[in-house]
Design a protein around this ligand. Structure first.
Ligand code: PGA
Length: 235
């Protein structure tokens, strides 16, 4: 399974280092076989020496090698640390930073051409979910426009916007019915994200079409994150 942590705008350079050391020790001592991904803030990026199954990635980057894009980082800044994993299309970038589907697709193409592992996020807002599953799928499909679904380093994270950071998790039935429909088009691993925590990790990971989870809030505490990896190990 893929167990991923998105720090968002949390943790410092110092606390990220401590977090990754604790996580690394846990993964090595437990012999966990999960694929563990961690997305720290850009200020905390570095070349970390970690267990083979832990990968650090960037939460965002501009689709350029370098240039004049104030406040953004490009390939040159990521390459310095040898990182090869990126999160693209997170709902906070789409809805708070107003990132368009066109820009998401541009980022996708750029980092695909560079051979990055891409965790590509999609998910509908509350009013769409209330319209039912057909509307949900139609909305999520608009977020797949321009995205090469056959890319072999693609991971898709289904994260309903209304479940992110709200404590409201989609029900196992809602998650599975959505993943089943997405599975018709997407052969890549499918993650669920949206208020995943130790208490609901098992029931989500048990869903037949769920290949892992992308966790925000509950993963910022490293003990909690390790607990969720342990739950995956026990299954
Ligand atoms: P959350 O965030 O776990 O805090 O809901 C998930 C995400 O945004 O990836």
């Amino acid at each position: 399974m893929i167990i991923a942590s998105n720090f968002k705008t949390n943790h410092t350079r110092a606390s990220t280092k401590h977090y990754l050391q604790t996580l690394d020790t846990f993964v090595k001592e437990s012999g966990s076989k999960q694929e563990v991904l961690v997305f720290p803030p850009a200020t905390a990026l570095d070349s970390f020496e970690l267990a083979e199954n832990i990968r650090v990635g960037v939460q965002n980057a501009y689709p350029v090698e370098k240039g004049s894009f104030t406040g953004e980082i490009g390939l040159e800044q990521i390459d310095e640390f040898g990182l090869k994993t990126i999160l693209i299309g997170h709902s906070e970038r789409r809805h708070i930073m107003n990132e368009t589907q066109e820009l998401c697709a541009k980022k996708y193409d750029f980092f695909k051409a560079q051979g990055f592992e891409i965790v590509y996020c999609i998910g509908e807002p509350k009013e769409v979910r209330e319209e039912g599953i057909d509307a949900v799928i139609a909305y999520n499909e608009t977020q797949l426009e321009g995205i090469d679904l056959l890319y072999d380093k693609l991971i898709v994270a289904y994260e309903p916007v209304w479940a992110i950071g709200t404590g409201l998790t989609a029900s196992p039935e809602q998650i599975e019915e959505t993943l089943v429909k997405l599975r018709e088009k997407i052969k890549a691993p499918l993650l669920y994200g949206g208020s995943v925590k130790p208490a609901n990790t098992k029931e989500i990971l048990q869903l037949p079409n769920c290949d892992g989870v992308l966790i925000g809030t509950a993963s910022w505490d490293v003990e909690n994150f390790c607990e969720m990896i342990e739950i995956a190990d026990s299954m």
